[in-house]
Write a protein that binds this ligand. Structure first.
Ligand SMILES: C[S@@+](CC[C@H](N)C(=O)[O-])C[C@H]1O[C@@H](n2cnc3c(N)ncnc32)[C@H](O)[C@@H]1O
Length: 314
């Protein structure tokens, strides 16, 4: 990248959308290099909440939540009188009950915003910062196991927030092991989109249990996804692409999203090129294998049985 270009976009490839208010220093990736892999089955000690309701998201989304609280205070009398509104059609609603129970499918302006999108193994955060401006009203979280890499993403978001006040306040990152701790952070049915971009392939058969898409974890992801929520995967490793397709295809709680639906979905168009790994694959002319599945409301066999019974009755 030329020094001029680096000065203009902070070295991150993001075009400033507004006139810069101040000259903001962006983090440099070379100072945040980490080991290529981290064993997700290691028992590294992470500080995790016992239950999702014990976790305070204020540090992750300070402006977003502050604005919501202020709106609450202003609107309290109106909110008490107004009927509850439904979720946005694209599943990007941010609101959920402030109560400790699982979120319901409907939401009202008085319900506390919750994280709806997660980018699992977000790496250097390329997808997250793109999604943030496309879905500015949706809270989203990148989850990354490597400390220096997650620190880079934290600095990257902080720099973007300073540079473009009012933007990127809906995106944040957390260092954690997503293979172990998702239920500590999210309620049943809370998430509407889960992204798995270029996950580590763990080639050796003995290490397949480290793969982040497997039948057992898909059941956990189905638990956290709202019915109708989407799980996005992409890989440049043909064998891993096929592995993820077959695990999703055979799972009773997922069905494949059609190409027509994908073509109309802004997030699906970002899978191949938004993240740093995707850009590397594209530079090397590599092929990619995309598999996107929808969380069904009920197990597929049960749905088929119900359909057959209904047909018999008709
Ligand atoms: C090949 S990189 C892809 C990064 C990013 N998704 C991209 O497309 O540029 C896989 C990432 O997943 C992270 N990762 C692996 N296992 C993880 C886990 N159990 N929890 C959170 N992150 C994990 C790795 O540290 C690494 O940054």
């Amino acid at each position: 990248m030329s020094p001029k270009r680096e000065r203009e976009d902070g070295g991150n490839g993001e075009k400033p959308q507004h006139k810069k208010k101040e000259e903001v220093a962006h983090p440099r990736k070379r100072f945040y290099r980490a080991r290529a892999h981290s064993n997700p089955l290691n028992d590294a000690s992470f500080d995790v909440p016992t239950r999702p309701e014990d976790f305070d998201w204020t540090d992750h989304f300070p402006e977003f939540l502050q604005e919501w609280r202020e709106r609450q205070q202003q609107q309290q009398p109106e909110a008490a009188a107004a009927p509850a509104s439904g979720d946005a059609a694209d599943g990007s609603s941010t609101a959920a009950p402030a109560s400790t129970s699982a979120p319901s499918s409907s939401s009202s302006p008085s319900e506390q915003p919750l994280v709806r999108f997660v980018d699992i193994g977000c790496g250097f955060g390329g997808l997250l910062v793109k999604l943030s401006t496309i879905y500015p009203d949706t809270l989203m979280l990148g989850m990354e196991i490597r400390d220096k890499v997650s620190e880079y993403v934290r600095e990257r978001i902080a720099a973007l927030r300073r540079e473009q006040p009012g933007s990127y306040r809906n995106a944040s990152v957390m260092r954690t092991n997503a293979m172990k701790y998702l239920p500590n952070y999210f309620h049943k049915g809370q998430l509407t989109k889960m992204f798995f971009l270029f996950p580590d392939p763990h080639f050796k058969a003995a290490n397949h249990r480290r793969r982040i898409i497997n039948t057992h974890l898909l059941t956990e992801y189905a638990h956290l996804l709202a019915p109708g929520g989407w799980l996005y995967t992409i890989s440049d490793v043909p064998e891993l692409g096929e592995w993820m397709r077959s695990k999703l295809e055979s799972h009773p709680l997922f069905e494949r999203v059609s190409e027509e639906e994908l073509a109309a979905d802004p997030a699906a168009g970002l899978l191949a090129l938004s993240s740093e790994e995707g850009q590397k694959v594209a530079r090397n002319g590599g092929a990619t294998f995309r598999n996107v599945y929808r969380r069904l409301a009920a197990p597929r066999q049960l749905q088929q049985q119900q359909q057959q019974e209904q047909e018999k009755q008709e």
